[in-house]
Design a protein around this ligand. Sequence first.
Ligand SMILES: [Zn+2]
Length: 384
Amino acid sequence: MSSDRVRQRNLSTVLSLVHRAQGASRSQLTQATGLNRSTIAALVGELADSGLVVETEPPASNRVGRPSPVVTADPSVVAFTVNPEIDAVTVGAVGLDGTVHRRIRCETDRVPSAAEAVSLAAATIGSLASSLPPGTRAVGVGVAMPGLVRRDDGLVRLAPHLGWVDEPFVDLLQSATGLPVVAANDASLGARAESIFGAGRGVGTMVFLNGGASGVGGGAIVDGVPLAGVDGYAGELGHTLVNSNGRRCHCGAIGCLETEVGQQALLAAFGVARGDDDDLDALLASSRDSAVLDEVTRQVGFLAIALRNIINVFNPEVIVLGGFLGALHGVAGDRIAELATATALPGPREGVVIRRAELGSRRLLIGAAELAFAGLLADPAPVP
Ligand SMILES: [Zn+2]
C-alpha cells in the first residue's frame, strides 16, 4: 500500500474514532489504533489543520499530573438532515462532534408532494444555515426517508404513506440547495444511529426494529457494516410473515408483522385515538385493564415470532426495539425475550440480548447526519 493510502486510511481511522467516541485523548487514540504516539500526534495535527478536530484541555480534576488534552470532532463541521413525514418536514443541523445544533419541524396541512417537501426543506436549510455561527461548514444533507430508497441514485422507489412513487427527491434537493444530498430508509438510519451512539454501541451485529405510527421498520448492522442489500432495500422486517391467517397488508401480502403489531391497536385498547410511545409508556405502566392486557399479549406473541426469525437469520448479539415496540418491551421485556428465544435455534438464541432503544426522537436526525458524514469520515480530505 502506498504511503499516501496508509496516511489516508489512518486519518480516516482517527477521525472516525474521535467522532464515534465523542472525544478521546491522544493516549486513548494510541491504544485504540496501535499506532505510535508521534504518528497519532502528526495525524491529529493534520486533522486540526484541516479544521476537522479541535484539542481542548479537560476540566481540572483532582488527579496528580497534567491531564491530557481531549481531541474532539469540530462542531462547526455540520450536516443538514431532512425527514419528510405525512404531516411535517423536519430539518436539522448536526455537528461532526454529535451536537444537535438545531431542529425545526415544519408542519404541513396535508401530506406533502415530493416537490413541496423539497422546497420546504431547501428554504428551511437556507434559513438554518444563516442562523449558524460564522465559520460553520456544511458537508451535505442526509435524508431519512419513510420508504424504499435506491442506493445508487437516491431515487425514492416507494414511500407508501407519503404516496410517493419513483420520486427523484435527492436530485431535486441537490439542485435546490447546491449541497451533496444522500438518502436512505429511515429505520436503516435509526439502526445506524443506535449502533453508534445508542443501545447498540460497541456491538458488531445488531438488528433494530422500530414501531412508528405508520408501521414497523427495521435495519441491520452486520459485523459493523450497515446491511444495504444489492440496491439498498434490505431490512424491511415489518413485512416479515407472522400470521398466515392474518389481515392483508398495504404491501399486498397477508399477515405481515406491521399488520399484526401496531401502535394504533394498542392506543385503541385504551380508548385513545392519538399518542406516541411516551404516552403509551404512561398508559401501559398504570393499566390493569384486561382488554389492554389481552392486546399486549396478542402483540407480544406476534412480535416474538418476528424476533425468532431475526435471531435465526441474523444471529445478532443485540436486538434493539424502538418506538411503540420499545414501550411493549418496557412492560413485557422478559416475556418477549422468553417467547422469542424459546423457539429459536440453539446457537443463535444463546446470549442474544433484546433491549430498548436509547436515542428517542433524536434517532433519525443522528442517523441521517451519519449518512451525510460518511464520505468525509472515509476520506477526511480538507473541507473547502
Ligand atoms: Zn406487508
